[in-house]
Design a protein around this ligand. Structure first.
Ligand code: ATP
Length: 450
């Protein structure tokens, strides 16, 4: 475990130093459970979201996109059950007054304060929704919740989307958006945060076909993590919830768990929520949320299968998955550089920077050629330009942020209009014509061999 703790600390520090993730409000001492994305973090997050959107929405004809808002009518959260049931058991240490989730401590078999061994209070229920006010003055302001999940925005738009798109069951509505939860403990970096993005799909099906669709999405999500995000299969596991563990409305729930350094934990939850949500919103709004099957004339409330994953939880898994230490360095480096080297072996689809361009000297015409290549490639990808330090050092900088390809413009390039492309994982080098670079990169990123 100490080794695992070290791995986690290294990731946290690398994430800060290389511009992936910063503590929110660090300048003012930091805000617990909130993180900012740095220049590389935002690229990584965008790439993850892009992959998800492409596979779940763009490449399918049975899923529609949506962007419902963070602020919604408070009644929605009564209907969904969040006002009453989105509660967690909170316990406090009588000595150091730190607060913890009683259920988490119980899972870990901890009975005394994990910080100071002090005595813990009896757990009390605590609602995890954050509140704010809308209205011009304090007096006429209404209290509203910041949504704790994006799903309800989908359910309340079920009828709008179905009618506008003339959607036929089975069909899904997908959205990516912010969610807020007043979490109590934050021990694991961006794993559990107060403000995060969710990628949620609500897939509506005919009752009776739900088991089949549940199985379909379970497999789909696992395949996505392996093939489109590049997580290693051996670090991912399905965990089917026991009957006793299921929420009352859920017929089946499976977590896809990832082996984080602090334990095997939920990354992606997939649930068969049956007709619960649409029924609740029908009751509370007084408007029937039924589907009329145009082929059979049958009317029914569809069941829903929900795969729901947090962007930051997936980012953390992707960072841990990519983190590779090469003891003693790689053969390319000079003898002075024999320390361990860090390579972030990101799947090229999510790598924040796709290629880096290095002119061998800081002088023209090499710099001009390199700038021109950069400008052309930037129309399609995020590219870095770097002219400082030895080529070996420049490779190392890019390896540390997971750039799949490095392109060197050397003195021969002026004569033969070719550049040297070096591959992050194999360290193979190839001479490629500048004219063909775009196609070459496209092909290499698509068929990346690690
Ligand atoms: P946990 O038990 O870990 O709190 P949960 O079961 O409450 O998670 P869901 O409500 O099912 O989580 O949310 C769906 C997904 O949203 C989770 O699988 C996770 O990826 C993500 N998620 C939930 N809460 C957080 C959080 N506080 N920070 C980051 N991601 C979160």
């Amino acid at each position: 475990m100490p080794q695992e703790q070290d791995r986690m600390e290294t990731i946290v520090s690398l994430a800060k130093q290389r511009g992936f993730i910063f503590q929110s409000s660090e300048l003012y001492g930091g805000m617990a459970g909130v993180y900012d994305l740095g220049p590389l973090g935002i690229e990584l997050a965008n790439n993850i979201k892009k992959q998800w959107w492409q596979k779940i929405v763009q490449e399918r004809d049975d899923v529609y996109g949506l962007d419902s808002q963070i602020l919604m009518a408070s009644k929605i959260w009564e209907a969904s059950g969040h006002v009453k049931s989105f509660v967690e058991p909170l316990t406090e240490c009588k000595s150091c007054h730190k607060r913890f989730r009683a259920d988490h401590l119980q899972e870990e078999g901890v009975t005394q304060c994990p910080e100071c061994n002090g005595e813990l209070t009896e757990p009390r229920q605590f609602n995890g929704m954050l509140q704010t006010h809308v209205g011009v003055t304090q007096e006429d302001s209404d209290s509203v919740y910041l949504r704790p999940e994006t799903a309800q925005g989908i359910f309340v738009n079920f009828d709008n989307v179905q009618k506008a798109m003339r959607a036929k069951v089975p069909f899904g509505i997908a959205q990516i958006g912010k969610a807020f939860r007043n979490e109590i403990t934050f021990r694991n970096f961006i794993f559990r945060v107060r403000e995060f993005e969710q990628m949620e799909l609500e897939f509506f099906v005919k009752p009776g076909t739900d088991d089949e669709w549940f199985a379909y999405w379970r497999t789909f999500c696992m395949d996505f993590l392996i093939n489109d995000i590049g997580l290693k299969k051996e670090h991912l596991h399905f965990r089917d919830h026991e009957k006793a563990e299921l929420c009352f409305y859920s017929k089946a729930t499976t977590d896809i768990e990832f082996e984080y350094p602090f334990g095997v934990k939920e990354l992606w939850g997939i649930a068969n929520r049956q007709a619960y949500d649409l029924t609740q919103h029908s009751t509370y709004s007084g408007q029937k949320l039924e589907y009329l099957d145009p082929a059979t004339g049958e009317k029914y409330i569809p069941f829903v299968i929900e795969p729901s994953v947090g962007v930051s939880r997936l980012m953390l898994a992707a960072l841990l998955n990519a983190y590779t230490v090469i003891e003693g360095g790689r053969s390319m480096t000079t003898s002075a550089n024999k320390d361990a080297e860090v390579v972030l072996k990101f799947h090229p689809s999510i790598a924040p920077v796709k290629a880096a361009i290095f002119p061998l000297s800081k002088k023209e015409p090499l710099t001009q050629i390199a700038h021109d290549i950069c400008a052309t490639l930037r129309k399609q990808w995020v590219i870095q330009y770097d002219e400082s330090g030895s080529i070996g050092r420049r490779y190392r900088r890019q390896d540390e942020i997971g750039t799949p390809l490095c392109i060197t413009v050397d003195f021969e390039s002026v004569e033969d209009n070719k550049v040297t492309v070096r591959h992050r994982d194999t360290m193979e080098q190839e001479r490629v014509a500048i004219d063909e670079l775009k196609l070459y990169i496209q092909e290499k990123l698509q068929n990346f061999s690690s």
